[in-house]
Design a protein around this ligand. Structure first.
Ligand code: DX5
Ligand code: ZN
Length: 250
């Protein structure tokens, strides 16, 4: 039922003056992906990394990278990002008009470039909007904070949205990866989203905010494995892990 959980450190929280060393550290520390948060200052208030960064990241790490596009005009900019050969590209549902078939166009454009396609949902967007596309997606990204900034608190109950996507996928006979982004760490939020079926855990401050990035990744993986084991043993989400950073109940 569960896949091997993976940690995707968000490079947005790395040391921009020491990026190569940070990438080596997370690669050696057991990260599964590098998560690249692209923000355009319009779809979200913040402005971050872009195409030149994505072009260079391949030279600095062997890790697969996923590009989370928080931009207003993904159909126009996708060709540039796809040219950087990412492993997964995620576009936001809210930036696409389903009436104009833009969601299908974006997914198809990503696939035609030989890249895995994901759709992200902001916390207020109904998971039911994914239904017409779920069979075409390699991954779904459930935002557990309002996109725009790292270091925010997990929005309680986001794991229920993960469970809704699991259910929808099961009903459709597919199993896209489920990524969760925002407020995760060695905490109850990670336990709950993994219990609900999340596979890929984005972590910005919880990894790069720590001196020892490998230890931070291991600690999150430990919570994730714990969550899978307890859920498989019939214990549901919540209440098994202390929600204080660094302190887990047994
Ligand atoms: C938020 C970004 C996240 C963020 C995660 O808009 O998409 O990837 O950087 O940061 P933390 O893990 O610190 O919440
Ligand atoms: Zn992100």
């Amino acid at each position: 039922m569960f896949t091997q959980p993976q940690i995707a450190p968000s490079i947005l929280s790395a040391d921009f003056m020491n990026m190569s060393a940070d990438l080596v550290e997370i690669e050696q520390g057991g990260a599964g992906y590098v998560h690249v948060d692209v923000m355009d200052g319009h779809f979200v208030p913040n402005l971050t990394l872009g195409v030149p960064f994505c072009k260079q990241i391949r030279t600095a790490t062997g890790l697969p990278f996923d590009v989370h596009l928080m931009i207003s005009n993904p159909l126009e900019q996708l060709p540039w990002f796809l040219a950087t050969k990412p492993d997964i590209v995620t576009v936001h549902m809210e930036a696409l008009d389903p009436e104009l078939d833009q969601v299908n166009q974006a997914i198809d454009m990503i696939h035609e470039a030989g890249v895995k396609a994901a759709i992200a949902l902001k916390p207020d967007t109904d998971t039911a909007t994914l239904a017409p596309y779920i069979h075409k997606l390699d991954m779904v990204l459930i935002m557990s904070v309002y996109p725009g900034f790292s270091g925010q608190s997990y929005i309680p109950g986001s794991h229920e949205r993960v469970a809704q996507v699991v259910e929808m996928s099961r009903a459709a006979g597919v199993a896209p990866l489920i990524q969760v982004d925002g407020g995760l760490g060695e905490n109850q939020a990670t336990f709950d989203v993994v219990s609900a079926g999340a596979d890929v855990l984005v972590a910005g401050s919880a990894v790069f905010g720590k001196q020892d990035r490998a230890a931070a990744i291991s600690a999150m993986l430990q919570v994730a494995h714990d969550a899978q084991a307890k859920t498989a043993a019939g214990l549901g989400p919540s209440a098994q892990v202390g929600n204080v950073d660094g302190e887990r109940a047994h």
